[in-house]
Write a protein that binds this ligand. Structure first.
Ligand code: CA
Length: 217
């Protein structure tokens, strides 16, 4: 999953980006509203964390302009006493909010919920055949047996299961799993899928020649 963090306090921005990468997210960052809006328009993020008090373009304006184009899930960060901002943000189409200062585990939990809901799933445990994916612990089992995947393998599997029934192209996977700091060739996707099949069995992920990958619903 690829997320965008728009936050003008450098320390908070860096800490958030690092924590999210440790959780396996691909993370792009923007330190002002104009840069944030530009990236949000250019890329299809799985979620956006958006501070409201921002230089160049404030968060509510970013949200208003983004919502004219896209449904990307947005979690807004508001000041402690920011009730008015919170209400305006939700009315403008924010999906959730957190008041600063917030606890990191709560932000991570809300972000996971936003991404699941956007994919049409409310439960934190995803299933395909006898494969279970716990998105909280990032643990995968097949028929009750633990299947240890690398971070990239997990991300690919999670994305495909969240979009099961759809053919997901390599470029879509690339867009959602690698961020602006990644320097990786797209053909590595095939190597990771090969790794998943080796550990999980060959029957879960189907290849659609010339199109991409698919997990049957
Ligand atoms: Ca701010």
């Amino acid at each position: 999953m690829r997320v965008l963090v728009v936050e003008d306090e450098p320390r908070l921005l860096n800490n958030l980006a690092r924590a999210l990468r440790e959780e396996g997210y691909a993370v792009d960052t923007a330190a002002d509203g104009a840069d944030g809006l530009g990236k949000a328009e250019e890329y299809d993020y799985d979620a956006i964390v958006l501070d409201l008090l921002l230089p160049r373009l404030n968060g509510l304006d970013v949200l208003r302009r983004l919502r004219a184009l896209k449904k990307t899930p947005v979690l807004i960060l508001t000041a402690v006493d920011g009730t008015k901002d919170r209400v305006r943000g939700l009315d403008l189409g924010a999906d959730d909010y957190l008041a600063k200062p917030f606890d990191l585990p709560e932000l991570l939990s809300r972000l996971r919920a936003l991404i699941r809901r956007a994919a049409g799933t409310a439960r934190p445990v995803l299933e395909a055949q006898d494969v279970r994916i716990d998105t909280r612990s990032r643990l995968v089992t097949r028929a009750g047996r633990d299947v240890p995947l690398t971070a990239r393998e997990y991300s690919i599997l999670e994305y495909l299961v969240l979009h099961r029934g759809e053919v997901v192209t390599r470029s879509t996977l690339y867009m959602h799993l690698f961020d602006e700091t990644s320097d990786t060739l797209s053909n590595l996707i095939d190597v990771h899928v090969f790794g998943i099949r080796k550990k999980l069995g060959p029957d879960i992920i189907a290849t659609r020649r010339g199109h991409g990958y698919c997990i049957e619903p």
